[in-house]
Design a protein around this ligand. Structure first.
Ligand code: NAP
Length: 288
């Protein structure tokens, strides 16, 4: 059995990876990294090896990587210098003699035409992992279906959907299923420099999201595609900060341009069942 360090362990993705591991594996083979003392204590109560640390603190990473042969680097958020944080984890893994590294990237079609520049860091991290000489598995995850309530807003059943995404499609996956499949791969596969595109079995537009919400709620929900400039104006008038508006527009334009539409059966293969489709997922996410 691998001895693995899981970063992002308190997060939604990381915690489901750990839950899946513990169904068949033993806690003593799992190390976790967290910035929070109370989380460290909770993990220790469950028998895991818990370490206080963060991506920007190399010494803390070195301690957490004692006695592990595999590291799962769950991508950092965009608050700090994400690329440097990722480099710290990969460099420390090399220095500490770790053999295998896994990284959670994104299943985007073409890095050269991305509008949302934050996504480019995933490709740069993939390159850095590949150049490290460590054995790797790259999980290229689709957009989490779980972001849809944030995208379309809490009042979607009353107000409908207004986004500048045209007829662009996304092969959404529920975060929990993404995590379960990642854990299954890490438990059962050896590292042979694989890149796995974990997408849903179908790709859906916001028209499809509106139709599914209509069918689930019994209320007519419409999607109105809108151009970027009027969309920005509405967002700003509603008090959304400019940096957030830029991010939302970037996501939408990448969807419109087909960046998120790739469909593969690799997730299904490692999940051992068909992933939840849009309607099944929205039923859970919107409690319908
Ligand atoms: N595929 C997609 O659609 C999609 C969408 C959004 C995000 N993502 C990516 O997926 C990742 C995981 O998602 P999630 O929902 O599980 O995130 P989450 O619930 O927000 O959890 C973030 C995790 O990252 C850890 N973390 C944050 N900053 C850190 C730092 N500087 N050093 C060390 N650890 C740090 C946190 O640990 P502590 O607080 O315990 O220290 C926490 O465990 C995100 O970080 C993001 O890169 C993907």
């Amino acid at each position: 059995m691998k001895k693995i360090l899981i970063t992002g362990a308190t997060g939604e993705l990381g915690s489901t990876v750990i839950k899946t591991f513990l169904k068949t594996g033993t806690a003593e083979n799992i190390s976790v990294l967290t910035r929070k003392e109370e989380s460290k204590i909770e993990f220790e109560k469950r028998g895991l090896n818990a370490f206080i640390g963060q991506y920007s603190d190399v010494q803390s990473l070195e301690k957490a990587m004692e006695n592990v042969d595999t590291v799962l680097l769950i991508s950092s958020g965009d608050q700090g210098d994400r690329m440097q944080e990722h480099r710290n984890v990969i460099d420390t893994a090399k220095k500490k003699g770790v053999q295998n590294i896994a990284y959670t990237s994104r299943s985007l079609k073409d890095k050269n035409t991305l509008v949302n520049k934050l996504m480019i860091e995933h490709f740069l991290t993939e390159d850095y992992v590949k150049q490290s000489g460590l054995k790797y598995i790259i999980f290229r995850n689709a957009l989490y279906m779980d972001v849809l309530p944030l995208f379309v807003g809490k009042n979607v059943l009353e107000r409908g959907i207004l986004q500048p995404a045209g007829n662009g499609k996304v092969a959404y996956v529920l975060k929990a299923e993404q995590a379960e499949a990642i854990a299954n791969v890490l438990m059962n596969e050896s590292f042979k420099n694989q890149t796995l595109n974990f997408t849903g079995s179908n790709a859906y537009s916001f028209y499809d999201v509106a139709t599914a919400l209509t069918e689930l709620s019994g209320k007519q929900v419409n999607y109105k595609p809108i151009e970027v400039e009027p969309f920005k104006k509405i967002m700003l008038e509603n008090g959304v900060p400019e940096s957030m508006v830029k991010k939302i527009v970037g996501f939408n334009l990448d969807i419109k341009n087909g960046q998120e539409e790739m469909v593969t059966n690799e997730l299904q293969q490692y999940l051992g069942r068909k992933p939840k489709n849009l309607k099944e997922g929205l039923k859970i996410l919107f409690n319908l």
